[in-house]
Design a protein around this ligand. Structure first.
Ligand code: PEP
Length: 252
C-alpha cells in the first residue's frame, strides 16, 4: 500500500452564496467522521475563503484558493495574493487550472511563477496539467504534460516538488461528464511520476498526483484504485456534500 496520504480537493469554481456555502461546509465537516484516511480540502471562490476558514478552523478539512497573484501586494487591481490566502489559513492553492490557462491566458511561465509565489509563503500549490481533446487525438498527451511539468521543474527545481501536489486533469474531461477511463488516467499518472523520477526518485515516490475530470461518487472507486492515482481534484461533484464525501471514502 502506498504511503502517500490520499487527498480529495474540491474546486468550487465560481459557485455558491454565503448561505449555500455554509450549508455545504457544515455538511462536509460533519461527514468527515465517516472518512478514515483521506485528507479533504475545499477551494471556494476568494470571497468565501474567510467563511470556510472560520467554519473549518480546527477541523479535519483544509481549505485553499483557486488562484493567486504572482505579486505579494501593490497596485494590482482585482488580484489576491499568496500572503492574503496564507493570512486566512489556506493550506493549498490551485495553480494552472485549465480554465485559467484557456480563459485568462495563463501560460506555462506564468503558472510556474504562481507556483513559486505560493511556495514562497508556505502554501502548497496544486499544479494542474492536462491535454485538450485535440492534443489527445493527435497523440500529444505526454508531450503536453511533460512541457507543463518541465516549465516548473526547470525554473524551480525538482526539490520544489517536495511541497506540491500535481493534478492531472484532461481538459476534455473537465465539466463535460466524460471521465478518462481508469487505464487512460493511470497511464498519464505513471508517466508524470516517471518524469519526476528521472530527476529525483524519492520526490516521485512521495508525490501525490490527483486525477480531475468529472470524478464523482459513482466512478471514484475505480479511478482511485489505480496505483498512481492518489486522490482527486473535484469540480461539479464537490458542490454536493454527499457526492464529495463518497469520493473521500472511496479514497480511503
Ligand atoms: C476541475 O474543475 O478541476 C474539475 C475536475 O471539474 P469537474 O469535476 O466538474 O470535471
Amino acid at each position: 500500500m502506498s504511503k502517500r496520504r490520499p487527498l480529495v480537493a474540491g474546486n468550487w469554481k465560481m459557485n455558491g452564496s454565503r448561505a449555500e456555502s455554509a450549508t455545504l461546509v457544515s455538511a462536509i465537516k460533519q461527514g468527515m467522521s465517516t472518512v478514515a484516511k483521506a485528507e479533504a480540502a475545499v477551494c471556494p471562490p476568494f470571497i468565501l475563503v474567510p467563511l470556510a476558514a472560520e467554519m473549518l478552523a480546527g477541523s479535519a478539512v483544509a481549505w485553499g484558493g483557486q488562484n493567486l497573484s504572482v505579486h505579494k501586494s501593490g497596485a494590482y487591481t482585482g488580484e489576491v495574493s499568496g500572503p492574503m490566502l496564507k493570512d486566512y489559513g489556506c493550506t493549498y492553492v490551485i495553480v494552472g487550472h485549465s480554465e485559467r490557462r484557456a480563459y485568462y491566458g495563463e501560460d506555462d511561465v506564468l503558472v510556474a511563477d504562481k507556483y513559486a509565489a505560493a511556495q514562497a509563503v508556505g502554501l502548497i500549490p496544486i499544479l494542474c496539467v492536462g491535454e485538450t481533446l485535440q492534443e489527445r487525438e493527435a497523440s500529444h498527451t505526454e508531450t503536453v504534460v511533460a512541457r507543463q511539468l518541465d516549465a516548473v521543474i526547470n525554473k524551480h527545481g525538482i526539490g520544489s516538488f517536495k511541497n506540491a501536489v500535481i493534478a492531472y486533469e484532461p481538459v476534455w474531461a473537465i465539466g463535460t461528464g466524460k471521465t478518462a477511463t481508469p487505464q487512460q488516467a493511470q497511464d498519464v499518472h505513471r508517466f508524470i511520476r516517471g518524469r519526476l523520477a528521472a530527476s529525483d526518485k524519492a520526490v516521485a515516490e512521495n508525490m501525490r498526483i490527483l486525477y480531475g475530470g468529472s470524478m464523482k461518487g459513482s466512478n471514484a472507486k475505480e479511478l482511485l484504485a489505480q496505483p498512481d492515482i492518489d486522490g482527486g481534484l473535484i469540480g461539479g461533484a464537490s458542490l454536493q456534500a454527499e457526492e464529495f464525501l463518497t469520493i473521500c471514502r472511496a479514497a480511503d
